[in-house]
Design a protein around this ligand. Structure first.
Ligand code: ARG
Length: 461
């Protein structure tokens, strides 16, 4: 094991098992790049408080840059036995820059460094998550525009409920992902705050210009309490919450499309590119891409609750438990971004067969509500309209007749309140759809407007 960032206080060495047990380099090496960026800014701060000369600062910053370069090769980490990425980088700095490297931890603790690195890393990861979410949203809008007039059954209880336009259905997901982007931006704002200058927990003893360091590292502001910094992982949990909701929405979309592309529904055709076959059953075309998205929710939700539980009950301020934040956080970001990208590819390549959901509408009683509402529009109290329409549905089911098969005369004979214009209501669900013209409803004009607005909104999200 390598020399540590501490030692004077100890007489005995660490137990070999403990060294291995506590080591985090194998996963926190992901912070290598941001650790260097943060330390370079800290070297400039040390110069400004007179700890480093301009020459020493230049040596340190250049050495860090060389280390960053060398670290691009994974072999750079092979065989390293340092406690964590921060110790690893400092060892490399000592090897490269010599004695001057000993000054780099002046007034700086790993507690704030780990917060800084995590924030720098997460800031970029949130930006990637937002980009990937917007990518999927764009794919959904393109898919909506491909079939602007297609009519599909909307479901409650997974039973055909009322007919809606295909773009209306897709815009429901657009709204979910738009809220996700909002939440991700909020998580970004809470992450984008400079912790450096907090010391171990009590604040640095050197007069750093924290605002200047924030500017150097492009943070929007500085933290207000040093103890809070050492104890805080809220920003990571904020992101994980936002990402978990992204995954929840992706899982529901996947579930829908797994069903809609099944033989039982048959409306969607997933592309060959995102499906797999069976090693035994030659006819199979399985929706594995969507199943994997749905399945990965287990890992991502688990990672979120893992950190949540880790943080619960920790006394202020830093505790080593908090090192357990990284693997769940990395896991959530990696899986969420990957699932978003996968879903966008599925959406770009999926094909709707509009005649099949249209037939599903025609063969069921998705117009029943339209009938009841038309009766009420003609003056019948809704409770009675509901009864009349319900009896007509039962009659249709018993006689094996679809709504479009009823003639005006048959309707009149069934109930005198069915005037001839009811034939139109029964013939085509688009008729009733026209009436749902409130903002947010599925009337074609409302949907066209919502789609136009979505295309504009996405530009400013
Ligand atoms: N590897 C540690 C972590 O990720 C760095 C902080 C160490 N601080 C300490 N007091 N041991 O949490």
């Amino acid at each position: 094991m390598q020399e540590k960032l501490y030692g004077g206080r100890f007489e005995g060495g660490q137990d070999k098992f403990f060294e291995k047990f506590s080591e985090s380099l194998h996963f926190d090496k992901r912070l290598f790049d941001v650790d260097i960026t943060g330390s370079q800014a800290f070297a400039r701060a040390l110069e400004s408080v007179g700890i480093l000369s301009a020459e020493e600062r230049a040596t340190i910053v250049a050495s860090f840059e060389a280390i960053r370069e060398e670290g691009q090769d994974a072999a750079y980490f092979a065989g390293a036995t340092d406690e964590d990425v921060h110790s690893f980088v400092i060892r490399k700095l000592k090897e490269k820059a010599g004695a001057v490297a000993d000054k780099i931890h002046t007034g700086r603790s790993r507690n704030e460094q780990v917060s800084l690195d995590t924030r720098l890393w997460l800031r970029a990861s949130i930006e990637s998550t937002i980009e990937a979410t917007l990518g999927l949203m764009r794919a959904l809008l393109v898919l909506a525009q491909k079939y602007p007039q297609a009519v599909v059954p909307g479901y409650t209880h997974l039973r055909r409920a009322q007919a809606v336009l295909w773009p209306h259905y897709l815009l429901a997901y657009f709204e979910m992902f738009a809220r996700d982007v909002e939440r991700l931006r909020q998580a970004h704002a809470r992450t984008n705050v400079l912790p450096l200058g907090s010391g171990a927990l009590a604040g640095s003893a050197f007069p750093f210009d924290r605002e200047a360091i924030a500017k150097d590292l492009q943070f929007a502001s500085i933290t207000r309490n040093s103890m809070d910094v050492s104890a805080d992982r809220d920003f990571a949990l904020d992101y994980m919450h936002a990402a978990n909701l992204v995954m929840l929405h992706l899982s529901r979309l996947s579930e829908d499309w797994i069903l809609y592309s099944s033989e039982e529904f048959g409306w969607l055709e997933l592309s060959d590119g995102v499906t797999s076959g069976s090693s035994l059953m030659p006819q199979k075309k399985n929706p594995d891409s969507l199943e994997l998205i749905r399945g990965k929710c287990g890992r991502v939700f688990g990672a979120y609750s893992a950190l949540f539980v880790t943080m619960k009950g920790l006394p202020l301020t830093y505790n080593r438990d908090m090192q357990e934040d990284k693997e769940p956080l990395f896991e959530v970001a990696e899986q969420t971004i990957g699932c978003l990208q996968m879903a966008a590819i599925v959406a770009q390549q999926v094909v709707l067969r509009p005649e099949i959901p249209e037939k599903a509408c025609a063969e069921s009683w998705v117009v029943a509500t339209d009938i009841a509402e038309a009766l009420s529009r003609a003056g019948l109290p809704f409770h009675q309209s509901h009864q009349v329409a319900g009896r007509l549905v039962l009659h249709g089911i018993k006689t094996g007749k679809n709504p479009a098969e009823f003639t005006a005369a048959e309707l009149q004979a069934f109930d005198a309140r069915f005037t001839p214009d009811f034939v139109d209501v029964l013939r085509d669900p688009r008729h009733g759809m026209q009436t749902r013209a409130v903002p947010g409803g599925t009337a074609p004009a409302s949907v066209a407007k919502a789609l136009r607005e979505a295309l504009e909104r996405i530009e400013s999200l």
